[in-house]
Write a protein that binds this ligand. Structure first.
Ligand code: SF4
Length: 281
């Protein structure tokens, strides 16, 4: 299954899940029609991409095609507006709705060992969302992402960009702490990612900054090394995603900080932010 097809399925799953949350009789009928329509489009797409040469280019083209065929525009804010008329429910989905669902979630084994779920924090209309991999010990205790040493460094990074923590939104791939700060297992990430995708849909940021390999790989559905993924923008569901190093990695490897700063400057340029360090000579 190629990446474009897989992303299309994920987009489909996300949309169906969102519809389910607010489902009622009338909705389920139109949802079934829409589902059938999507199935047929995805089938055509799978066949087209299987026949096509130039895999990478074809994948990107196909992805755009999925969006245009499914009514999912490249601008995420337009995604909400472009839902089929029979399903105007997405507009009223809020972060609080998702937070309540997460608070009771038992979908994976991490529920058994968590103290608190760690949903996310920041501006619900942020243009920039940082995504880490999962909560650590301090985050698990406080129920807030990036509040330990790595959180302090992330705050410094945000300040260096000329922003405040409250200007951005911060979340993780998984909402519960993996014991011993291990990486989340693929099945844990798979169970938890729909929450993040729905958060992103509600916030509709212009940019996502993934922090570390686990975050970038899950979001971009790749196994490539962070060293290869960082330093450039990737398309993610109509948003621009920049991958950079995780603050924890930077604490262990301070020599990588200039590279991370280069990444952040790419984001600053996109956001129209001036480099405050230049003003100070
Ligand atoms: S990590 Fe995510 S999927 Fe697993 S129990 Fe926590 S909230 Fe649910």
């Amino acid at each position: 299954m190629n990446a474009a097809y897989s992303r299309a399925l994920r987009a489909l799953a996300l949309r169906l899940e969102t519809l389910k949350i607010h489902g009622h009789d009338q909705l389920s009928v139109s949802c079934a029609d829409w589902k059938e329509d999507m199935r047929s489009k995805l089938k055509k797409l799978k066949s087209a991409t299987a026949q096509g040469g130039a895999r990478a280019q074809g994948g990107a083209t196909a992805q755009k095609r999925i969006r245009s065929q499914s009514g999912v525009n490249t601008n995420t804010k337009e995604k909400v507006a472009s839902l089929p008329p029979a399903a105007p429910v997405k507009a009223d989905l809020t972060l609080e709705d998702i937070r309540v669902e997460v608070a009771d979630c038992q979908k994976c084994a991490l529920a058994k060992t968590r103290t608190n779920t760690v949903f996310g924090v920041g501006d619900p209309k942020a243009r920039l969302v940082f995504v880490g991999e999962g909560p650590g010990a301090e985050e698990d205790k406080q129920g807030e992402p990036f509040v330990g040493r790595a959180g302090k460094l992330l705050n410094d990074m945000i300040t260096a960009m000329g922003l405040k923590r409250s200007d951005v939104y911060i979340a993780n791939i998984v909402k519960c702490r993996p014991p011993g700060n291990r990486d989340p297992l693929p099945e844990e990430s798979a169970q938890c990612m729909p929450y993040l995708l729905r958060q992103l849909k509600v916030i509709a940021p212009d940019y996502i900054c993934s922090l570390g390999a686990v975050s970038a790989r899950n979001l971009l559905e790749t196994t490539e090394a962070i060293g290869k993924l960082r330093g450039r923008f990737h398309d993610f569901e109509g948003m621009e995603l920049l991958a950079t190093y995780h603050p924890s990695y930077l604490l262990r490897n301070p020599g990588a900080k200039p590279e991370a700063w280069k990444d952040l400057r790419l984001l600053m340029k996109k956001l129209g932010l001036k480099d405050p360090r230049k003003n100070n000579g």
